[in-house]
Design a protein around this ligand. Sequence first.
Ligand SMILES: Cc1cc2nc3c(=O)[nH]c(=O)nc-3n(C[C@H](O)[C@H](O)[C@H](O)COP(=O)(O)OP(=O)(O)OC[C@H]3O[C@@H](n4cnc5c(N)ncnc54)[C@H](O)[C@@H]3O)c2cc1C
Length: 510
Amino acid sequence: MSGQPPAHIVIVGGGTAGWMAANLLARRWGGPQRPRCKISVLESAEIGIIGVGEGSTPFLRQFFQLLGVAEHEWMPACNATYKSGIRFPDWSTVPGYESYVHPFFNEQDRVTGTEFFLNACLRRRGAAADANPQDFFIAAALARACKAPVLPPDPQGRPQLQTDYAYHFDAALLGQFLRRHALSLGVVHKVDTVLGVQLAENGDIASLQLQGGAQLAGDFFIDCSGFKGLLINEALGEPFISYKDNLFNDRAIALPTALNPAADIPSETVSRALRHGWAWQIPLSSRYGNGYVYASDFVSDEEAELELRRLLGPAAEHSEARRLKMRVGRVERHWRNNCLALGLSQGFIEPLEATALMLIQLSLFNFMELFERAGFGRQQQGLFNQRINKMFEGVRDYVVAHYHLNTRRDSDYWRANRAHHHISNRLASILEVWDGGGDFEAELSRHGDALMYLRPSWYCLLAGMGRFPAELRPLDRPRLSGAQARAATEALVREQFPSHRQQLVALAEA
Ligand SMILES: Cc1cc2nc3c(=O)[nH]c(=O)nc-3n(C[C@H](O)[C@H](O)[C@H](O)COP(=O)(O)OP(=O)(O)OC[C@H]3O[C@@H](n4cnc5c(N)ncnc54)[C@H](O)[C@@H]3O)c2cc1C
């Protein structure tokens, strides 16, 4: 390693971003066994964490694997459940496509999944093949049956077919778990509030002025202070680039409800379109996390809360709602001088695809890799910022596509989402090729890893929303129908996968 880790890294913020960073850095650069670098986490007792963010992508599995923490160690402690995908009801009004699924993919999807891609290609070229992903993928069948996306160990010890999945969890409990784990790796925890930031002549951060009177000096600072960007924006003045012109949502309301302790637990996130945004429902082992993400330009907080309460019904009668403001976009440079911004301080793409923790993790991996190559080099910083901006833009395009493809006619919000022209050239080109029946595979390949989402995800989104010609001709020869695919995936799920609740009980008892 040519870039030696900084002697003292100060992480400002004890939310999920701060503790994820502390764990990964301690694992790679610090810890009592390898005291190359001291890592401190500073959090304020007066300024709370955002406390939402209860769904992940499959990247979180890799995070815990890297830490060497098994599911039975962290999942019960965080009331966590398995997530096999996300269901999107009411985004589209196209008959047969009023609800669709963005699944995590399984090796056993090969047969019905291949049929889905062929059917989707035929349908976008005008043939009446069935192509709603919720019929063709095992993840959707798992969610319908409230099964866990994990295969029990093979009795003969043969290698398992791979299933991909993610998690739901209680954000506050996850923070506490990660804090305990980071402390066990030698991370130092301080509770105080930053009142001021002293800069050195070269623009680096020299130290933090704390409310308790002390100065906290460091060699490198990680800004995990949440939406305000205490170090990156307020102290260093890094500009923030808003995504407001193509992602309208800037508010959220969170409202938990009870979960029947005897009933099956769904293994999917539901993201249902409402009149001015969308509502999430996330099953934990202890409760449901619910919320409404909406745009303040189109609806008041009071009206939005009423709409969410109407959706949830009596279950929400005694629950208190939390109202949140969201800053959607990203900083221009995530790494500047001796400061790295991570989590909400670096940027946020609204939570439709639950990508925030993934972006934190990928930012950290890239940072550690490039830092190890050449330390504080300007070139490394430039390369890092380019890579992370590319990731943000890739995720943004995929999320924007959900809104752009909607066919709802019940509010100005949905009409405006469809009508605006602020989509990127890349997204415009993808849609043009899909709609025009052109070579979609070549189009996706042309954009390479800048897309962030791979081919199956794009197919599921475009086909799932029913983005097909209105007039369809009969098929030349029969294809696998949605009903046949559904029967096949459901049979497989019935035979092979355990009940979600039973699997969670087994983890708690392990
Ligand atoms: C509505 C909503 C839904 C979301 N859903 C998802 C999801 O499903 N999946 C997902 O991956 N992400 C989701 N997110 C994002 C996710 O919640 C965050 O990315 C994650 O919680 C990380 O937050 P953070 O640690 O950056 O900030 P925060 O949790 O806000 O933590 C900020 C920390 O900074 C400290 N701090 C602030 N000021 C000072 C100061 N002056 N001195 C000392 N300390 C200070 C605070 O004490 C706190 O510890 C969602 C976000 C929102 C708003």
